[in-house]
Structures are given as structure tokens and as C-alpha cells.
Design a binder for this molecule. Structure first.
Ligand code: PRX
Length: 630
């Protein structure tokens, strides 16, 4: 696909995409391998919602990621893998090899009974086999549901259960920094409550002891020996489900965001190529875990669809020391580097001595994703990593959008620190006030919505379409509502101001306050809890938990430790509260609703500006909470 190469061209392409969206996207879709061309480009309404792109088109995304490239770039490296331990050899996998491994593992899935439409849960460390497992599912038309390896058994069980998965692909364990994560034993614990699971395929990675249940659990390395590497791709309808990925909401359990094959393929390729301005033979590195949407769209699918070389890193930015990212960039001559503001801030805090030993001269483009990047972090990234010569793309998007929506095009769109800048062609943002009235013109601040569909957007929430409608399409009629606040400045540039609902972005991870509360409430001594966010220098937002205990215990510190351990056990380490305050009551309205607005203000330190507290059942509670603030 020819990328946009000037700002003028961007403006023209944007205009065209708004005036003639169907012609615009049809032209982008033509470069792919389709078994049958679509009959109709688009059908949509946001009221049900019903969104379909490339109707009647038949294809398989893995043919486009792999087979399509074999002739021209079969021997080019598709995946560079860098291990957690810098002394372990890295791996380079060519497109030809990846094709063969994906086909082989696809046959393993088939020989174990998996077929088109089945849901398969993947719970793995960041090793090449994770990408192989994802693509093998897509090869046979099975729907993958990747669960981040940092989630605990309870979160895993919820996700396996919701998607009714019959198979789980995992590893004995995973290496992350100095820790070994026992993945298989977490799976064992989770599937005690998931009778649907019939097969568990286990990759050997850490060689830790695991219990293999006969008839159910199979070793990856043994299974691949039994099958060939010849596997034709299942023919999929453009609108068939490609994957489910769970994301937190303001209420209840996580939602299984559903993406479909054709539109997602076209959208991730177009956005990858244009935003990063990827050039042939460049090395591209996205540091996200495949357990998140960024890993799906911009570590696996987008780069492979574009025939790029994508780097996958098993470890963490601070192991063995805070120079690891920069060491890997020099080692593999990375040209494009895409990471999260929280990583940038934490490495900034470690000081420049970890950056200085490295040249970083291969870098051409830097990217940021997952949360607002503050101006200071942007400037640090620009000066010390990009050496003031690499454009920074601050990419705004969501699990639900499938791909980047608002972002500069590297080196083309003039940037401003802290701004995601302008919508990509095909993205039609509108800002509305709380009542849904559109805020036209520039210099306005409101809630970010989209008024027209794009090919990579969410199609449904798994097994519960009503929830999709309720969460995204009901707040404001005929608009997709993102849940984000946003400002459009005098130049028409967009700056995301953060979430306006009850989810918090902690180190770039989206966590529902309701989910954290229910994990806390698993502690037998906790009667009730309320979780809100508070500004955190490194994580962006931290977790502040107000908890009521059943019997007053003297050793509060011990109780706090137990609460933390409970959250770790039921949800995972990413959801551990940063601050816990034991309270005797929570601010509630007369109808019993917790007034989170007040708790938020207190946690943010704005205790003199609590607003109207007259509707509270017991205003005395607030005074006590303010006094005991941690
Ligand atoms: O609040 C926005 C924030 O991350 C949310 C989406 O989170 P998730 O579905 O986990 O996907 C993250 C990776 C795409 C958004 O609603 N967000 C994401 N990117 C940015 C951002 N906030 C500000 N600037 C960004 N570049």
C-alpha cells in the first residue's frame, strides 16, 4: 500500500475518506489476497449497532500475513525474538519459517479437535510460540482469546468461561525479569471451574515442574512432531470473528471485545504503514505484551500484514537494569520503537546513566500509546532517546477501535508535545458535552465520540450484544462513545484528557474499579470497598482503595498486606492497590449509591473542593475520610 508522504497529501486523503468513505476503504482493501471479492463495502447503523465491512468477501488473515509474502520476502526476518535474559541467544524467524510453524501448529490444533468458530484461550509468555499460536488459530478459523500472563486464575477463569473455550494454550511458566511466572499451575487452578476445557497444550519454557493431566494436557513439542507443516487456510467471511479480547468496563466483569477478519486486516495494515511510515527492511519494535490490543494489532497482525520485521521482547524494561530497552535497540538496530508513557516515565526516573552507554542511532521513529503522555516525558523521550531527530507519534486508540485513530503520521504531521494531533483518514471524531450536544469548532473540550464507522472497529461484545450497545452506543444517540475526555485546541489538534468513567489507566492498563473492588471484597474481613484513581508520577494513575472491615482489627498494616495479597490472588499484580485506607463508612447518597466523585477528590488531594455534599446520608463520614487520608 502506498503510504501518505506529505502533510498536503494527508489533508487530501482525509477529506476524501470523509466524503467517500466506501471508495476510500475499498481502494485500501484491494491489495490483499481475497478468495472472493466483497459484494458491498459497508452496511451500518449505530443504533443496534450493526457494522459490517466488505460484505461477502472471503479471505484468511494468515494468508495475508504469511503466504502473500513468501515469494518476495520468504527469507526476510519476520520475527526477531529477544529473551528475558540478555545472555540467552535471540532468535530470528523468517517469513518462510513462520509460515511453516504456523501451519504445523494449526495442524496440532486440528488434530486435537479444534475447528472453525471454536474459541481458544491463549495464556502464554512473550515467546515466538505465542505469535504462532495466535496465527494458527486464525489459520483454521478458530477464535483466539489471549489473556495477559499477569492475570491470575480468577481473571483467567472468568475469561475462559465467558468465551466457552474448549482449549487452552499455555506454557509451563514464563520469565519476567528476575521472576518465574508459573503459568500452567494458574491454568490448572482456573480450569477447575471451567468444565468446557477439554485440551491444554503446554509449551516448555522455564522447565519448572508441572502436573500434566493425562488425556487433557499435551506437550507442544510432542504434538508438533506428529503433524505436517502443510495446512491450507480456512476460508473466512470478512465478517467472521477473528478474535475476542477482554477489556475492563465501569461495571461488572470484563467485556469480550469482538473483532472480525476483513476490516481488522485492512485497518491495522493501513494504520501501521502510515503512522509509523514503515520502510522495507526496517526493524520495528513494539514493547506491548500480546495479551493487550497493542500487541495484537501492532506486534503481530499489522507488522506481519505489512511484511515488516517485528521484534518481540520477553522481558521487562528494568531487567537486568534500566538500560535494557536501549541495549536491545542497539543490538538489533531498531528503527521504529513503540512503547508506553509509563515505561518512559519509569526509565526517566532511573536517570540518564542507563541511556548514555547506548548509541540509539538506528532509531528513526518513536511511538507512544496507552495513556496520555505528559509534556515532560514527551520532551525527555524526544531529547534523550530520539536525540531530537526522531518524530514522536502519540497514538490514541482503544481495544475497541482495533487500531490507531488519532495520531501524527511520523515525520509528516507537525507534532505538539502531549497531543495525539489529528484523526487518521477514516476516523471521524466529534466532541460532545455531557448531554450529547456537539461542540463544534476549535478551542473546545468535551467527550470524545466517533460518528462514522471504520473497518477495524468493535463488532460486538462476545455473547452479549446488548452490552456492546449499552457500553458504547447508548450514551449518545448515533455515536460511538469512547469514555475519554478530550480537548480540541485552536489548531484543531486533539489532546486526550483521560477517562470520564469508572475505569482507571494504571501503567497504561485499563482496570475497572468495580473489578478491583470485587477482588478486595474476597477478603473475609472486608465488608465493603470503593476504589478510585489518584495521579501517580510513574504509573499515570494509582489505585486508592477505601475499605470497611468487619471487626475492628488493631494491626491495620497486616490487614492492608492481606488485602494486597487478596487482589494479587484474585486479579493479578497489576491491580494491587497503591494506597489502602480503612474507613468506618463510605459517602453514600440516601439511595445508597457511593459518591465516587467525593472519594476521587479526596484521593487527588482536593479536600477543600469537595463540591455539593448535601445529598449525603451521613456527611460526617467525609470528615473522617479526609482526616485519615493516606
Ligand atoms: O483512555 C484512553 C487511553 O487508553 C484507553 C484505551 O485503553 P485500552 O483499550 O487498554 O487500549 C490501550 C492501547 C490502545 C483510551 O480510552 N489511551 C490510549 N492511547 C492514548 C490514551 N490516552 C491518551 N493518549 C493516548 N495516546
Amino acid at each position: 500500500m502506498k503510504s501518505i508522504s506529505t502533510f498536503e497529501e494527508y489533508k487530501k486523503e482525509y477529506q476524501f475518506s470523509v466524503e467517500q468513505p466506501e471508495q476510500f476503504w475499498e481502494a485500501k482493501a484491494e491489495q490483499f489476497t481475497w478468495k472472493k471479492k466483497w459484494d458491498k463495502v459497508l452496511e451500518w447503523n449505530f443504533s443496534e449497532p450493526n457494522v459490517k465491512w466488505f460484505l461477502g468477501g472471503k479471505m484468511n488473515i494468515t494468508e495475508n500475513c504469511l503466504d502473500r509474502h513468501l515469494k518476495e520476502r520468504g527469507d526476510q526476518t519476520a520475527i526477531i525474538w529477544e529473551a528475558n535474559d540478555p545472555n540467552e541467544a535471540s532468535k530470528k524467524i523468517t517469513y518462510k519459517e513462520l509460515h511453516s510453524e504456523v501451519c504445523r501448529f494449526a495442524n496440532v490444533l486440528k488434530s486435537n479437535g479444534a475447528k472453525k468458530g471454536d474459541r481458544i484461550c491463549i495464556y502464554m509468555p512473550m515467546v515466538p510460540e505465542l505469535a504462532i499460536a495466535v496465527l494458527a488459530c486464525a489459520r483454521i478459523g478458530a477464535i483466539h482469546s489471549v489473556v495477559f500472563g499477569g492475570f491470575s486464575f480468577n481473571s483467567l477463569a472468568d475469561r475462559i468461561h465467558d468465551a466457552d473455550c474448549h482449549m487452552v494454550i499455555t506454557a509451563d511458566g514464563g520469565f519476567r525479569g528476575a521472576k518465574d511466572i508459573p503459568l500452567k499451575s494458574v491454568v490448572d487452578e482456573a480450569i477447575k471451574t471451567c468444565p468446557s476445557v477439554q485440551k491444554v497444550i503446554v509449551l516448555k519454557r522455564t522447565k519448572c515442574d508441572v502436573i500434566m493431566q493425562a488425556g487433557r494436557d499435551l506437550w507442544w513439542h510432542e504434538e508438533v512432531k506428529k503433524v505436517s507443516d502443510d495446512c491450507s487456510a480456512e476460508i473466512m467471511d470478512a465478517e467472521d470473528m477473528l478474535f475476542i479480547l477482554y477489556t475492563s468496563g465501569s461495571t461488572g466483569k470484563p467485556k469480550g471485545v469482538v473483532h472480525s477478519c476483513g476490516g481488522y486486516m485492512v485497518y491495522t495494515t493501513y494504520t501501521f504503514e502510515n503512522v509509523f511510515q514503515y520502510k522495507n527492511n526496517e526493524v520495528y519494535w513494539c514493547t506491548a505484551d500480546v495479551g493487550w490490543i497493542t500487541g495484537h494489532s501492532y506486534l503481530v497482525y499489522g507488522p506481519l500484514l505489512a511484511g515488516a520485521t517485528t521484534l518481540m521482547f520477553e522481558g521487562i524494561p528494568t531487567y537486568p537494569d534500566a538500560g535494557r530497552f536501549w541495549q536491545v535497540i542497539d543490538k538489533h538496530k531498531v528503527n521504529i520503537f513503540y512503547t508506553a508513557p509509563t515505561a518512559i516515565r519509569s526509565l526517566e526516573a532511573m536517570g540518564l546513566n542507563f541511556v548514555k552507554p547506548y548509541k540509539l542511532d538506528s532509531l528513526r521513529v518513536l511511538g507512544s500509546v496507552g495513556e496520555p503522555i505528559n509534556v515532560e516525558a514527551w520532551n525527555w523521550y524526544n531529547a534523550n532517546i530520539g536525540k531530537n531527530r526522531c518524530p514522536i507519534v502519540d497514538t490514541w486508540w482503544q481495544t475497541e477501535t482495533g487500531g490507531i485513530m488519532i495520531s501524527p503520521l511520523a515525520g509528516i504531521t507537525p507534532t505538539k508535545p502531549g497531543f495525539a494531533t489529528l484523526p487518521l483518514p477514516g476516523a471521524q471524531p466529534v466532541l460532545v458535552d455531557e448531554k450529547g450536544i456537539e461542540l463544534k469548532g476549535n478551542n473546545v473540550e468535551g467527550r470524545l465520540c466517533f460518528e462514522f464507522p471504520w473497518p477495524g472497529m468493535i463488532r460486538s461484545t462476545y455473547n452479549n450484544h446488548a452490552r456492546c450497545k449499552e457500553a458504547y452506543f447508548s450514551t449518545y444517540a448515533n455515536l460511538y462513545f469512547t469514555g475519554d475526555g478530550c480537548r480540541r485546541d485552536e489548531d484543531g489538534y486533539y489532546r486526550i484528557t483521560g477517562r470520564v468513567d469508572d475505569v482507571i489507566k494504571v501503567s497504561g492498563h485499563l482496570l475497572g474499579t468495580a473489578e478491583i473492588e470485587s477482588a478486595i471484597n474476597e477478603h473475609p474481613d472486608i465488608v465493603e470497598s470503593a476504589v478510585v484513581g489518584f495521579p501517580h508520577d510513574i504509573k499515570g494513575w494509582g489505585i486508592y482503595a477505601y475499605v470497611i472491615q468487619e471487626h475492628s482489627r488493631k494491626d491495620v498494616e497486616e490487614l492492608k498486606k492481606e488485602i494486597t495479597a487478596t487482589v494479587n490472588k484474585f486479579m493479578g499484580a497489576i491491580a494491587k492497590p497503591d494506597k489502602i485506607q480503612i474507613v468506618s463508612g463510605l459517602p453514600k447518597t440516601r439511595s445508597g449509591k457511593i459518591m465516587r466523585r467525593i472519594l476521587r477528590k479526596i484521593s487527588e488531594g482536593e479536600v477543600n473542593n469537595l463540591g455539593d455534599t448535601s445529598t449525603l446520608l451521613d456527611p460526617g463520614v467525609v470528615e473522617e475520610i479526609v482526616k485519615g487520608k493516606v
